[in-house]
Design a protein around this ligand. Sequence first.
Ligand SMILES: Nc1ncnc2c1ncn2[C@@H]1O[C@H](COP(=O)(O)OP(=O)(O)OP(=O)(O)O)[C@@H](O)[C@H]1O
Length: 507
Amino acid sequence: MASMMGVWAFCQSILHIVFPPDFRFAFLKFLHRLFHWFSAYCYYDITEIDGVNTNELYNAVQLYLSASASISGTRLSLTRGLNSSSITFGLSNNDRLVDSYKGAAVEWEHIVTQRQSQSFSWRPLPEERRGFTLRVKKKDKQVILDSYLDFVMEKANEIRRKNQDRLLYTNSRGGSLDSRGHPWESVPFKHPSTFETLAIDPVKKAEIMADLVDFANGESFYGRTGRAWKRGYLLFGPPGTGKSSMIAAMANFLGYDIYDLELTEVNTNSELRKLLMKTSSKSIIVIEDIDCSINLANRNTTGGGAKSGCQRNNYDAASNGIEDDGNSITLSGLLNFTDGLWSCCGSEKIFLFTTNHIEKLDPALLRSGRMDMHIHMSYCSFPALKILLKNYLGFQEDELQKDLLVELEGVIDEAEMTPADISEVLIKKRRDKNNAVRELLVELKNRVRRKRGKSRERNGDVIEDEEQEKRALDSPKDGCDQLQETCNKKNEGGNGCDDDDNDDKYD
Ligand SMILES: Nc1ncnc2c1ncn2[C@@H]1O[C@H](COP(=O)(O)OP(=O)(O)OP(=O)(O)O)[C@@H](O)[C@H]1O
């Protein structure tokens, strides 16, 4: 044994002298090439770090394989990502997994090696070099390159959405970038609002849900008709009518992330475009209170401050999408954001604007194609009230006294109370269900009385019998009708006491 080892050491040193390292390296490379030349397979390496950036494909492959690995593997690595609500399985070091796609068999191998030396980099690289090697038969190469990798990415996104809690993004102050070079900061999105809890007219609710489902399933429709796969919704109505709750319900319903765009933090149109480029598919891009975020009153008027570039931007600039000074965000920039070429970055995107004052918005923003559906979030109606009573107090419709329901129905529309105000009353008294409903009724009647008082004040009417009016309103049956008659008599020939004033609407 000892003499054999001696001979081996002698031969090795001779070989090293006769064949210098460069020659040996070239020889091995040649053998390698020869092997690949005659091999029926080709190999693709997908490394975790691509230069200095994280390779999206590596992460996607890892997630994609996790679905198969969880079933077939015997030794697996387990991970639980940030914001993830479930565990993902992965291939252990140097493990292999066979997959098939359109009749082609592929083999994935997870390869982990120690990184030799830390080359200079602006951020520390992991000590291990990780990657996947994909082995494919040469004859299947085309099909794999053409569509298999896209399929893997798509599946991985699906798994990620299923596993991961949705995220709520907001643009960083002054367009600054985070450590990963992203202009958006995110937190897990855990808003509990759903269409079930949303108190709006059930017919309107069903219509919105059907529209969302059509949109989400509309890939082929949008492709066929040559339209970008996006949809715009405008939510308008007084504060406290559930606009934010509706956004959360939509996101929860579709499983989309939300990008809450703070327009006042965006300085230029190009910044706006960059933000759009960094949004992902299957997302809702929200601009709340669009009328307050930027002055969008009229594209034809001139003048305005730094943040009201749209005012200074004339019509031509808006229609041509030209920035007038490049230092402000303009209406044309915003229109391009929702409707221009850039709006098609990624797909399956919903643009959602909210406003308390729709009348202040430029018509260009409202036209079809930009805002496809205008949703009026109104004061609480009787059907919406029934939903709130069920959600907050657990009342089913048949559990409530009939005459109480009739009374509520009689005053709810005229009281113009927002669902937010109603929920406040119900929350306060929720331990005593029946008392809560009675309290709500009193509050509604008080509001009606105040409204009518205001209306009469404006009309200069004198209240002759305030007690009679109070009794009429408090009478459980047709109280409002009686009161209406009294008012009508008083206002003969003049304005009735139900003469709503729009100014009051958004008090
Ligand atoms: N339609 C609704 N259905 C159920 N709850 C509602 C509804 N509207 C309002 N609420 C309740 O009132 C609270 C405030 O509502 P929300 O913030 O959604 O109103 P908003 O219209 O977005 O108001 P703002 O215009 O001030 O942002 C919510 O947390 C929710 O509990």
